[in-house]
Design a protein around this ligand. Structure first.
Ligand code: NAP
Length: 301
């Protein structure tokens, strides 16, 4: 009996692939639920676990990926930029964006990638059937998410990307950064206070304005800028329908919520790790279940 059990344990530890998430904190992350649902559905022998890694422990945690033979890891706040010098190689996207959200282990080498921007573009295509090539787009915010999304939009052939940020100098700095890779004629920057929706096809909010517990009920732009022929996208997903999306829908605009980016950045990470097309619908459904449960609990609290 003892021999049989120890045999089972040995087999399990060798057959199961380890993937997961390093962040700090990670308690509220939706990634484990979403990835576990995908892994079950794909029939892969893998475990996805969230690890709370303090900033000073990141180098040791990254080294452990090699030692413990992880297939890969996702990185979230505050590790996306700090991990850059801790990998052996960067994809061209991760190098342009200057941040990593997905690490793939290839033998003893760690490869850093960034699937945030491509995930966002894939979500627009999948959710709305939208091709961004040739579009005029405005992005509100100039932080990490804005950088990844702007890069992906320009890479996909958007005709013009306008960056609006509360701190105008930060928008300008992001614009200058993007000009290293894309024509300056396609990039415009301005303070958020100067936002104007004239001529826009797509408006994307990447600020936390409207997020639960952070400026609840607020919208990053005045309602007078919303109209029925503008597509409005918000990458905030708590709540699912932010004040910006509610107002945009009331003006007849097509809206796009923040779950799409979360699902597709994760689906692309799974594809990198396991070489398969990830089940985005399964991931979305699991995500929506968790978010709806959270909303119910908040309602009853
Ligand atoms: P970040 O790097 O900290 O950038 C935040 C941006 O929001 C900055 O441009 C900041 O402007 C602006 N901002 C903050 N508070 C503001 C306010 N009260 N009014 C106007 N602008 C304000 O953050 P991030 O990583 O880009 O993430 C931004 C948001 O996207 C977060 O809510 C995050 O949860 C969400 N997100 C969603 C996904 C997804 O998968 N759906 C992925 C990543 C991030 P200043 O420069 O003026 O401070």
């Amino acid at each position: 009996m003892f021999v049989e059990m120890s045999h089972m344990c040995t087999e399990t530890s060798f057959d199961v692939e380890m993937v997961g998430l390093f962040g700090h904190p990670v308690g509220h992350s939706l990634s484990p639920a979403m990835h576990e649902a995908a892994i079950r559905s794909m029939g892969i022998q893998a475990v996805y676990k969230a690890f709370d890694v303090a900033p000073q422990d990141l180098p040791a945690a990254m080294a452990a990926l090699r030692l413990l033979q992880f297939r890969g890891i996702n990185l979230t706040i505050p590790h996306k930029e700090a991990a850059l010098p801790l990998v052996d190689e960067l994809t061209s996207t991760a190098a342009r964006v200057g941040a990593i959200n997905t690490v793939l282990r290839d033998g003893q080498r760690l490869i850093g990638d960034n699937t945030d921007g491509a995930g966002y573009v894939a979500a627009l295509q999948s959710d709305l059937g939208l091709q961004v090539a040739g579009m005029h787009v405005a992005i509100l915010g100039a932080g990490g998410a804005a950088k990844a999304i702007a890069d992906a939009l320009l890479d996909e052939g958007c005709q013009r990307v306008q960056l609006y940020n509360r701190n105008g100098a930060r928008a300008q700095a992001l614009g200058m950064h993007l000009q290293q890779y894309y024509s300056a004629r396609r990039i415009m920057t301005a303070p958020l206070a100067e936002f104007n929706s004239a001529g826009l096809d797509l408006l994307i909010n990447t600020t936390p304005v409207g997020m639960l517990g952070h400026l609840d009920g607020a919208s990053p732009v005045a309602e007078s800028h919303l109209r029925s022929d503008l597509i409005v996208s918000d990458i905030v997903y708590r709540p699912l329908h932010t004040p910006l999306l509610v107002a945009a829908a009331a003006h007849g605009a097509k809206i796009h919520d923040g779950t799409g980016m979360l699902v597709f950045q994760g689906a692309l990470a799974l594809s990198r790790w396991f070489g398969v097309v990830a089940p985005s619908l399964v991931m979305r459904n699991r995500l929506l279940d968790v978010l709806q449960q959270e909303e119910l609990e908040q309602h009853h609290a």
